[in-house]
Design a protein around this ligand. Sequence first.
Ligand code: ADP
Ligand code: ASP
Ligand code: MG
Length: 414
Amino acid sequence: MNNLIVQKYGGTSVANAERIMNVARRVSKSAVAGNQMVVVVSAQGHTTDKLLEKARGISADANRRELDMLLVTGEQQSAALLAMALQSLGHSAISLNAAQVGIEATSVHYNAQIKNIKTERLHAELEKGNIIVVAGFQGINRFGDMTTLGRGASDTTAVALAAVLKAGLCEIYTDVDGIYTADPRIVSNAKKIDVISYDVMLELASSGAGVLHNRAVEMAKRYSVNLVLRSSLNEKPGTHIKEDSGVEQLSVSGLAIDRNVARVSVTGLPDKPGVAHSIFHPLAAEKLLVDIILLSVGDGDKRDYCFTVHKQDLKTACEILEANKSKIGYESLNTDENLAKLTIVGAGMANNSGVASSMFEALYECGVNIETISTSEIKITVLIDERHITKAAKAVHDKFEPMMSVDFEETEES
Ligand code: ADP
Ligand code: ASP
Ligand code: MG
């Protein structure tokens, strides 16, 4: 196995000087054991949120290029501080930002995607015996400008580096002991999962389980990255994310909550070919992400459409639809921001007919009304009133808890 390890430390893990020294000692231990080390860091604590707040203090609608210029400073601070901490322990270490590494990304600001990572500088620094500390969450676009890769995307920086460097291991260090059957801060009796497949993790991450960035999981799957998520504050083994976890037979592996949803309803549309295209084409042209789409039978020969978007995109979605009103031909446009999404995920769900009805039963038993349902082969999502999300998550988790584990021992070769 390649002795190059990529480690990533999240915001809480580098929140203050003491935590940074703790990270430096962990990195040092792996380096002393004979591994080449590339370490990715997030901004300290709530730095990214605070920088966003500062920007809002200047302008409610800040220019996205400038927003990115501001946000990338958070990760750069952590990277420099960790390099200093490693040096104080006697290591040769260097911090690099995305421009210095050559992390090339798409031009979209605030939600760019990594296209390519140059490895020359990385190899050169490793050859010199340096521990490399990379600022996560950032890239440079084809104009040479800094971009950011979406909230939580330092995970993606780490996995992408592990993929291009063909690292033997990519460890994501965070403030929980691993991936749980639900967010342990919301569902206190959630259970830690020892091994999870890329596919199930991808669905959980895409459905709102913020513990891992969804594009990190996608990339780990594509490049078969040996990925582990664990705590930076203890020595517990964490969760291994890999191709086939052996728990594929589980009907429900876990649940995810997403509060960042808003629903748009477009009503009174004609029932004829091309209507859906007229709604969603202009939204797609503006690169707006649309999630659940429902078409329902309205009054007489009229049809109603509703779909969900991220809350921060709601205003833009409405502006686009209003600008295209006459072309689309709808009667009214309504929005709802007080919703949350609850999703259960399980690869064995497709072969088990009772899963959906058990989920609905749990929601019925705790008196929660379902606004919208959407299903796929391995997940079931409901939209509910945001105020009930904790109660609903607990009830649904309790319902499936007995089914959410198997006797599975991770074998040596796995
Ligand atoms: P970091 O700053 O280290 O990237 P994040 O806050 O992004 O940390 O992710 C860790 C958090 O993810 C945990 O504190 C936990 O509240 C949340 N979380 C959500 N879903 C899960 C889950 N299924 N398992 C574990 N943690 C989860
Ligand atoms: N600091 C960035 C964020 O808060 C990236 C990250 O932490 O992964 O979203
Ligand atoms: Mg994170």
